[in-house]
Ligand binder design. Structure first.
Ligand SMILES: Nc1ncnc2c1ncn2[C@@H]1O[C@H](COP(=O)(O)OP(=O)(O)OP(=O)(O)O)[C@@H](O)[C@H]1O
Length: 246
């Protein structure tokens, strides 16, 4: 068994002293593909902040047994102000800044890699467009390219299918499957179809975390986990549809 990249033990997370997550245990291993589900406000984004170290646990410990991993992040996005002056290419290249690669030291190799990612993510021809003029789905694609340009060991995606259209959704899942060959993926989604069809294991986050070591969920399991979720059925992607429970 390889060592985990990130190990979370008995973590409580709080804002202004009020706990929103308690007693969370989780290991993220190199080839994991974890789907993270749970109700609004259940603490999914808070857990991702704990993984990054943006939010320090009130109690418990986050450790990195093989050294602090490089983490790529695709945030939950809304549209940007149209006057936002940064281009798609700049945004993608800014994903390199965590390695200390300031824009002055960017090479033609970096630019070529960014342009390839822009094309692979369905934004061919838009490299010089200001990101403020992109649609929500296009912006999400640009931010995904930004999240992976640094070849992270762990990729965290917060609701990547909020805006993307049906066509890109299929491509996105294929791309994530390919990326999972070289990086662990932690995918937050309300969409049970996404979860069941592409992830390997599931974490239900509802004030605490229940780890489910398979991608098949039954209504009973969700009840035991006390993890009510909004179930959305759509598209040609194979998926299970489960009833919402109280
Ligand atoms: N910066 C903050 N300050 C105070 N409370 C916060 C802050 N961020 C989140 N919260 C609260 O913590 C709880 C968990 O929020 P979080 O965003 O982690 O949930 P989530 O599961 O990601 O929700 P959603 O599915 O709606 O995105 C919520 O009650 C939220 O209001």
């Amino acid at each position: 068994m390889p060592e985990p990249l990130i190990s979370v033990r008995e973590v409580t997370a709080a804002y202004n002293g009020d706990p929103v997550l308690t007693d969370v245990d989780l290991d993220i291993f190199p080839n994991d593909f974890i789907g993270v589900i749970g109700p609004n406000g259940g603490g999914k984004t808070t857990l991702s902040k704990i993984l990054f170290g943006i939010l320090k646990p009130q109690k418990g410990k986050v450790s990195f047994p093989s050294g602090r991993p490089n983490i790529g992040y695709l945030p939950q996005v809304s549209r940007l102000d149209h006057s936002f002056p940064i281009t798609v290419l700049d945004v993608v290249l800014s994903g390199l800044s965590s390695k200390g690669t300031w824009w002055r030291s960017l090479t033609s190799g970096h630019k070529k890699k960014a342009l390839n990612l822009i094309t692979e993510n369905g934004l061919e021809g838009l490299a010089n467009r200001p990101v403020g003029t992109l649609s929500g789905g296009q912006l999400q694609r640009a931010l995904l390219a930004r999240a992976i340009i640094n070849d992270p060991q762990v990729l965290v995606l917060d609701e990547p299918n909020t805006f993307v259209d049906r066509n890109f959704e299929g491509e996105l899942y294929q791309l994530l499957g390919k990326l999972n060959e070289t990086m662990a993926i932690f995918l937050i989604s309300h969409d049970i179809g996404t979860i069941s069809s592409i992830v390997k294991t599931i974490a239900c986050v509802n004030g605490t975390l229940h780890y489910h070591p398979s991608n098949v969920l039954t209504d009973e399991v969700l009840k035991v986990y006390n993890c009510p979720i909004d179930l959305i059925a759509h598209g040609p992607v194979p998926h299970r549809v489960l009833k919402k429970h109280t």
